[in-house]
Design a protein around this ligand. Structure first.
Ligand code: HEM
Length: 400
């Protein structure tokens, strides 16, 4: 039975993993159908108005990988590469084998909500003679005083975000993409991340980051009336090849966890302005209650401190700046000094970085209480074109 055929039966007989699933759930499944669990059968469409991997829920595993075009590669080679990548992405996201030399690593697993998302960095346009097509929005991000950026792990001509709810499925996609690059592009940097596995909590919840906070509470929601306008370049936008696309700002932000974990719960909550247990604002209510920035305590002090991260980042304090934060946590082992090399692969999406990430980071740079406990170690800004229509490859409108 092919993996494709298994997929067809998964919807009807799929089992929930997590609280109610696990080994017992599998045993109860009809033996002949060998259905995939709901985790394995989750499928995201490759073709569409927007690329996948932007508005979908957080995935359990992720790889971020940047490539540079090789010396001999120009526009023609880049177009052929995007064509190969698009074919591979379409197949893998449908739970099928890679077009060439499939390694078999993802066999049996189903698509597991795999997404592949492709973007262009600033350097891509000079390398391919397409400078006239380079969006102004790809101008370099300004320097921030708190930056400790490693240039070797920043930027890149091409960027691929891979996410899936299964680690083998995500790794399988990473290898296929790397092999497709062939002699046209080589890996510049690569980072691995993770999130809580969907189904691990009794009901869907905002995810926690490695500091233990609920992170993502105030993200714009697809149902918001201005969601599309804030996150995606309009269909009539400039340059025309970016219609329905978005800009991704990627920051590798190390968390200084030894310092953070020494803080009392009260101090940790004051850094963010929200309760750690349930994400409620310090001004009261529950996670979804609007934060009251004016509320004071018996001593006349603001209950949400002036330096609290959730106060400083509010869109209404930043000229309406809004972004969709869709991060992965990361952990790359323990350093020689005994501290974990861990934190957030912060990925945020917006129609215009100058009206999203930049003003907010400028403000954070000037006095965010969180700054003492984090370090921005790498940075990238990528133009992510709209989704490919059936029969089209990603970026075709730029490269054809
Ligand atoms: C909100 C954590 C970095 C922008 C929050 C919240 C937490 C948090 C716990 C409150 C819950 C929520 O609304 O999601 C962190 C951590 C960071 C980090 C641990 C670094 C490791 C950043 C950066 C930016 C940013 C670099 C952008 C420059 C925002 C925004 C909000 C927010 C826009 C929502 C504000 C609102 O709409 O009211 N963050 N954050 N964060 N953060 Fe961060």
């Amino acid at each position: 039975v092919s993996r494709r055929a298994l997929l067809g039966t998964a919807g009807a007989t799929g089992l929930a993993l997590g609280a109610a699933g696990g080994a017992a759930g599998y045993a109860a499944a009809p033996a002949q159908a060998a259905p995939l669990s709901s985790v394995g059968s989750g499928r995201v469409m490759f073709h569409g108005k927007h690329q996948p991997g932007i508005t979908e829920g957080l995935q359990a595993c992720g790889h971020l990988v940047a490539f540079d075009l090789t010396a001999g590669a120009g526009r023609r080679e880049a177009a052929a590469l995007l064509r190969r990548w698009s074919v591979t992405a379409g197949r893998l996201m449908a739970g099928e084998a890679a077009p060439h030399d499939d390694t078999g690593v993802a066999r049996d697993a189903g698509p597991s909500s795999l997404t592949l998302t492709f973007g262009f960095g600033r350097g891509f346009f000079a390398r391919t003679g397409l400078e006239k097509q380079r969006p102004g929005a790809l101008d370099p991000l300004p320097d921030f005083s708190s930056d400790h950026l490693d240039r070797a792990r920043s930027d890149g001509d091409l960027w691929v975000q891979i996410g899936a709810n299964d680690a083998l499925v995500a790794f399988h996609a990473l290898r296929a993409i790397q092999k497709d690059a062939g002699s046209a592009a080589r890996v510049r940097w690569q980072m691995n991340g993770f999130n809580r596995t969907p189904g691990a909590t009794a009901h869907p919840m905002t995810a926690r980051n490695l500091m233990g906070q609920l992170d993502g509470t105030r993200n714009p929601k697809p149902a918001d009336t201005d969601f599309e306008k804030r996150i995606f370049v309009p269909a009539s936008g400039e340059p025309t090849w970016m219609a329905n696309g978005s800009y991704a700002v990627v920051r590798r932000i190390r968390m200084l966890l030894d310092d953070w974990e020494k803080l009392s719960l009260t101090a940790q909550q004051q850094v963010i302005g929200r309760r750690k247990a349930d994400g409620a604002p310090l001004s009261g209510g529950d996670e979804t209650t609007p934060m009251d920035l004016e509320k004071t305590d018996a001593d006349g002090e603001y209950v949400v401190p002036l330096t609290a991260h959730a106060r400083i980042t509010r869109p209404d304090k930043n000229g309406g700046a809004a972004m969709l934060r869709r991060p992965f946590s990361y952990h790359d082992g323990i350093g020689p000094d005994g501290t974990p090399d861990a934190g957030l692969l912060f990925v945020c999406w917006q129609a215009d970085p100058l009206r999203g990430f930049v003003p907010v980071q400028r403000k954070l740079d000037r006095g965010d209480a969180l700054s003492k406990y984090i370090r921005h170690e790498a940075s990238g800004l990528f133009a992510v074109p709209g989704g490919a229509a059936e029969g089209e490859y990603v970026g075709q409108r730029l490269l054809e």
